[in-house]
Design a protein around this ligand. Structure first.
Ligand code: UDP
Length: 470
């Protein structure tokens, strides 16, 4: 990305310090910097040590500054207690973000871009009379579902029965189990309140920008035109996935990637490795892990598996699994590499990778779409079930593992899905589709492409807003 002339646009972004939340904000910030925009990313204090661990992040010359505010809890508070975190940040976030803005008084912000999970930041922007945009960091499909649910524009069935059918404009017929879990009765009420808060807060934001790209969710995006439209500017992925030079040395990686992955992948034949990762938060149960390990052992593939250790972020299930069974590692020696964290963007681009068993976090999926890798969806919660449905029924670049009431996929079901995507009669079609999507994602970002047009329009509106003669 060539860096354009500096503009007078100065943007403040606000996000929680979660890997899957900061990554799209930072990727957006890097794109903005390439257009001469100055960006400050404000995130919660507990992320400071992890985000600044490797570099001095000397931010003044890179166009991106990182700033931190407290969520009201001590640094060593166990943040897997999400209810406590949500309550504390809702209470303390507005005051602490305001203090931060006051301390940055030498800066005039043209716009605040909030992440959907800090809806109270919309009111902080209003207090300072700064125009506000929301960066929707999930699929447009989820935006549509939340919007229609909380604004009651559409009829939803009773959500107690996972098999009930849901009919919504722009989407294939869904089942309740395909909806984002945060609106389901089984989800803690705090999550639902956060989502309700952000949908209600939409009335106060001037732009809704999306990390997705129109071509992949065309009907869904069109169906929103008469509601509160979403302007997709993605895929918001790391510049390296687009073959572009980094415009900034700021990194948001919260764990150190193990370089051994790439060396190991280099020793494997093309399209022979299944990559397995459940993102930064999901922790598998022992049953889920055992079934997955057994199915992979029975397959003909090599596999690279990210297993996060205990006490390293994440929301543990009742019976969490933090390591693979010893016998499994012995029985699959030479075919498996287990790491605690990897450079996922590099892994997905490696020719040895044949498919990705993914929890279907939206960042992981966008990275997969831009890399042309077929997906085996194994969703857990939040937007992941909806994203896995998109993979199977809308994108058609992979399949979804069917799970029981306990969220566990059987060994046979996982074997079926791996076979389907890697070597079954439809495998070539999945690969073809994945490559077509890769192409359309790239086109969306090129000059004149849908995402590029939307981004320029947003910046144009910001510039005219900042023009003193306006
Ligand atoms: N990621 C990574 N290395 C890993 C696993 C994940 O760099 O070993 C990154 C991945 O590339 C993605 C992010 O962590 O950008 C996870 O975000 P996602 O939305 O997929 O899932 P979440 O962690 O929010 O559930």
């Amino acid at each position: 990305m060539p860096v354009a002339e500096k503009t007078n646009i100065n943007i403040l972004m606000v996000s929680l310090a979660l890997q899957g939340h900061v990554n799209p904000m930072l990727n957006f910030a890097k794109r903005l910097v390439s257009k001469g925009v100055h960006v400050t990313i404000a995130t919660t204090e507990e992320g400071r040590a992890r985000m600044l661990k490797n570099t001095d992040q000397n931010l003044s010359d890179s166009g991106i500054r990182l700033e931190f505010f407290s969520d009201g809890l001590s640094i060593d508070f166990d943040r897997s207690d999400t209810k406590a975190v949500i309550n504390s940040i809702r209470e303390n976030g507005p005051k602490n973000l305001s203090n931060l803005i006051d301390n940055l008084k030498n800066q005039t912000f043209s716009c605040v871009i909030v992440n959907p999970f800090v809806p109270w930041a919309i009111d902080v922007a209003a207090k300072y009379h700064i125009p506000c945009a929301m960066l929707w960091i999930q699929a447009s499909a989820c935006y549509s579902i939340y919007y229609r649910y909380f604004k009651s524009t559409d009829v939803f069935p009773k959500l107690e029965d996972p098999n009930e059918k849901v009919h919504l404009p722009g989407l294939p017929t869904l089942e309740v189990r395909d909806l984002p879990s945060m609106i389901l009765p089984s989800s803690p009420v705090q999550f639902k309140e956060v989502m309700a808060g952000l949908i209600n807060g939409l009335d106060k934001v001037k732009w809704v920008l999306g990390a997705s790209f129109c071509e992949i969710e065309e009907e869904i995006v069109k169906s929103l035109d008469s509601l509160t439209p979403i302007y997709n500017i993605g895929p918001l992925v790391s510049p390296s996935l687009l073959g572009e030079k980094e415009t900034s040395n700021v990194s948001a990686d919260m764990w150190n990637a193990e370089d051994s992955c790439i060396e190991w992948l280099n020793t494997k034949p093309n399209s022979s490795v299944i990559y397995i990762s459940f993102g930064s938060l999901v922790v598998l149960s022992k049953k889920q892990m055992t079934n997955l390990a057994t199915a992979l052992k029975n397959s003909n593939n090599n596999f690279l598996w990210v297993v996060k250790p205990a006490n390293n972020g994440g929301y543990a299930s009742e019976d969490p699994a933090y390591e693979l069974p010893k016998e499994f590692l012995e029985e699959t020696e030479g075919r498996v590499l287990v790491v605690k964290w990897c450079a996922q963007t590099k892994v997905l681009q490696h020719p040895a990778v044949a498919g990705f068993i993914s929890h279907c976090g939206w960042n992981s999926l966008l990275e997969t779409l831009i890399s042309g890798v077929p997906v085996i969806g194994y969703p857990s919660w939040s937007d992941q079930p909806t994203n896995a449905m998109l993979v199977e029924n809308v994108f058609k670049n992979g399949v979804r593992i069917k799970v029981g009431e306990d969220g566990v996929g059987s060994v046979e079901e996982i074997e079926r899905c791996v076979y389907e995507v890697v070597e079954g009669p439809n495998a070539a079609e999945f690969r073809k589709r994945a490559l077509e999507i890769k192409e359309s994602a790239r086109k969306a970002l090129q000059e004149g492409g849908s995402s590029s047009v939307n981004l320029n329009k947003f910046l144009g509106e910001l510039t005219s807003k900042n023009d003193p003669s306006d």
